[in-house]
Design a protein around this ligand. Structure first.
Ligand SMILES: NC(=O)c1ccc[n+]([C@@H]2O[C@H](COP(=O)([O-])OP(=O)(O)OC[C@H]3O[C@@H](n4cnc5c(N)ncnc54)[C@H](O)[C@@H]3O)[C@@H](O)[C@H]2O)c1
Ligand SMILES: [Zn+2]
Length: 377
């Protein structure tokens, strides 16, 4: 039997704060310093003020949150005792909020608190996933917490919130979402349901991400990419991810790269490996060929069609200003070589590897990191 989690109630296309937060009494708002200091958090707090709700804003969340952040948030939770947690921001504050609420409920044996997620980047899909990624900066490791109790109750997808996202973040987060959809689509656990979410997400991202990157206030493109990131979240939350994320987590943690950038630096190389285009063609090549068909990129033959889709992903990454080789990010060759052994060990231990379609040995992972560094397929 296969189950499919649809997840929270998703409101899209405008502010729905008054509907979603109706009746709350005490709220912990988790965000990051930028969203707080720039006043963007008023999107939530203005409404809370208007209904005289008690609230506290916890904004000590840094990019790629770690255990210390969660501990600090738990202390605020303990003193406020809220009935609702609102996560407002990119994947970093959203994951921090989810982890804080999760550990609070574990620690206190407390009943489930309402969790509302309002993403302000279009990438992680964390608003609909049962996942929170928390890092340990000292060990250079990221741990994905996975539990259905990490699922939000409601999410608001309001494109007006992402208009201010800078192009570089739009690019990184957009490719993160694309990576979620593609990895879910070729996962060993994909189903018709996850395929539907992944396919629509891929179509929307390929069509609208370049515009969202170039013209930040194009609302149609922004809402399309925002919706697509959420759909990719539903897809991977059910089907799982794969080798790109397994290798991307240690790459990002070791060299302090944003999550989406680490994914973008690896994605086409891993797709090429999965398809076996340079060796023996795999079943996964047929899945990429199906995506080529979806985007009217197919040519004759599975190999050529799969290659055509992989090439289009590489072009998209290049078009939105992301380096297509790790060496072009300024990471020193010697530092990279020195980190290979431990990154490969961590990649092999990463939970996302469980659903990858084509297994890889430690040596193959090291070779793939080297290919992505030098830009060789
Ligand atoms: N839980 C999941 O399912 C899941 C999936 C993928 C990634 N992640 C995690 O999510 C985190 C990354 O999240 P992210 O890529 O959204 O980045 P982020 O939350 O770290 O945000 C990136 C930057 O964008 C800024 N920003 C956010 N919203 C903005 C706005 N509206 N206007 C201007 N600037 C804005 C932030 O202040 C920050 O500087 C990582 O920790 C990653 O591991 C989680
Ligand atoms: Zn991701």
């Amino acid at each position: 039997m296969t189950a499919f989690i649809l997840g929270p109630k998703v409101y899209m296309g405008g502010s729905n704060v008054s509907t979603v937060l109706a009746g709350v009494k005490k709220v912990l708002v988790v965000t990051d310093k930028f969203m707080n200091d720039s006043g963007k958090v008023k999107y939530v707090t203005d409404y809370l003020d208007s209904i005289n709700a008690q609230y506290e804003v916890f904004s000590d969340v840094f990019a790629e949150p770690d255990v210390e952040t969660v501990k600090a948030g738990l202390a605020v939770m303990a003193s406020l005792q809220p009935d609702c947690v609102v996560a407002f921001g990119g994947g970093s504050p959203v994951d921090a909020a989810k982890a804080i609420k999760f550990f609070w409920e574990q620690q206190e044996g407390a009943s489930k608190h309402r969790l509302v997620v309002i993403p302000t980047t279009s990438g992680t899909g964390s608003e609909v996933s049962s996942v929170a990624v928390i890092g340990d900066k000292e060990k250079g490791v990221k741990y994905p917490l996975v539990s259905d109790s990490l699922l939000a109750d409601s999410a608001i997808l309001d494109a007006s919130l992402v208009v201010s996202v800078p192009p570089r973040v739009t690019a990184d987060t957009g490719i993160d979402a694309l990576g979620h959809a593609i990895e879910a689509y070729v996962s060993i656990n994909h189903t018709d349901f996850s395929d539907a979410m992944a396919e629509k997400s891929i179509e929307l991202i390929c069509e609208h991400l370049p515009t969202a990157y170039k013209t930040s206030d194009d609302m149609e493109a922004r809402q399309a990419v925002h919706n697509a990131a959420c759909m990719a979240g539903v897809a991977f939350n059910n089907a799982g991810l794969g080798l790109t994320h397994a290798m991307g987590h240690p790459l990002g943690a070791t060299f302090d790269l944003p999550h989406g950038r680490a994914i973008a630096l690896l994605l086409p190389y891993i797709m090429n490996y999965n398809a076996g285009c340079s060796t023996i063609l795999t079943e996964t090549a047929k899945r990429y060929a199906a995506l080529a068909r979806l985007l009217y990129l197919d040519v004759s033959g599975t190999r050529q069609s799969a290659l055509s889709f992989i090439r289009s992903v590489r072009f998209l990454i290049d078009k939105i200003g992301i380096p297509t080789r790790i060496k072009d990010t300024g990471i020193n060759k010697e530092d990279f070589e020195n980190a290979l052994e431990s990154m490969a060990t961590d990649a092999l231990a990463d939970a996302t590897l469980a659903s990858t379609p084509v297994p890889a040995t430690k040596q193959q992972i090291i070779d793939l990191y080297r290919s992505a560094y030098d830009g060789k397929y």
